[in-house]
Design a protein around this ligand. Structure first.
Ligand SMILES: [Zn+2]
Length: 286
């Protein structure tokens, strides 16, 4: 075991390239409406990613326990995330936690009980998933379906945040960004293979917003290769989508949809009113 001093010394060296790297990672454009990027919108001001702080080490890169210091998982994760232009959980989503899940958006008091029943099942599944991943990294993934503003991304981001805090390796990718990036990397084969390889092999992958995007045969094949590889290796994937399974077949193809069904538990979230509208009303009522 290395001493705190040794680790601090080596991390001083590591910290510099890390900060330098951050300059090249894209930040969340403050002018880019989060509603288009993710399912959940809060009123919090979106700030550049440079201000993001690791909840475990507060960006020190190490965790100190008594006399011993360990490198924080965030160092390794940042390297992985830096391969992608958009692979990070946005500041807005960093605060999502399962314990803060708000059932009042789904009822009670709402006429239709199916909303709160669906939400209960989805939340329980998210909780079990977080626990199971920490015991056995090879298990089923989850597919959260439901309309825009029904809390799918909230659950997926909460799962990611909690697993990151448990020092697991999680990659959070927004599907349209991933597709753009794969298309952009088309010319440089090496880079594309790196991206694909990371998405295939990361222990836990979150694919947010697998929706009605412009898929080409080429991007469909890439998606298939990620999902098929992960299914075969029993690497869990959490997917959010506002598509029905039939629509999913139309957009991403029958074979990829069938792999997702084989390797996931499926939960549907529904709401009487878009959660973002409910949050808006709540804020304006104050
Ligand atoms: Zn850290």
């Amino acid at each position: 075991m290395r001493s705190v001093k040794d680790i601090l010394k080596s991390n001083v060296l590591a910290a510099k390239p890390l900060n330098a790297d951050l300059k090249f990672t894209p930040y969340i454009d403050p002018d880019y409406p989060i509603a288009d990027q993710n399912d959940e919108m809060t009123t919090e001001q979106i700030k550049p990613a440079e201000t993001l702080i690791c909840p475990i080490c507060q960006d020190r890169g190490i965790i100190i326990e008594g006399d011993v210091a360990y490198p924080c998982n965030c160092m390794r994760m940042r390297k992985i995330e830096n391969q992608f232009r958009h692979a990070r959980i946005s500041r807005v989503l960093k605060n999502c936690r399962l314990e803060k899940f708000r059932f009042d958006f789904y009822g009670p008091g709402k006429l239709d009980q199916t909303h709160s029943e669906g939400a209960t099942k989805a939340l329980n599944a998210a909780r079990s998933f977080v626990e199971e991943c920490q015991q056995n990294p090879h298990g089923l993934g989850i597919l959260f379906t439901g309309p825009v503003g029904s809390g799918k991304t909230y659950l997926a981001a909460s799962i990611a945040n909690e697993l990151i805090e448990a020092q697991l390796q999680v990659l959070f990718l927004v599907v349209p960004d991933l597709l753009d990036e794969l298309r952009a990397s088309y010319k440089s084969e090496v880079n594309e293979m790196d991206l694909l390889d990371t998405a295939r092999t990361i222990p836990i992958l979150i694919l947010d917003d697998l929706g009605a995007h412009n898929y080409t045969d080429w991007t469909r094949n890439r998606l298939y290769s990620i999902i098929n590889y992960r299914m075969n290796e029993l690497l869990p994937t959490v997917i959010t989508s506002n598509l029905s399974l039939d629509e999913m077949e139309d957009y991403i193809g029958v074979r990829t949809t069938s792999r997702i069904i084989q390797s996931s538990r499926i939960f549907r979230l529904t709401v009487e009113e878009d959660i973002r509208h409910q949050i808006y009303d709540e804020r304006e009522r104050k």
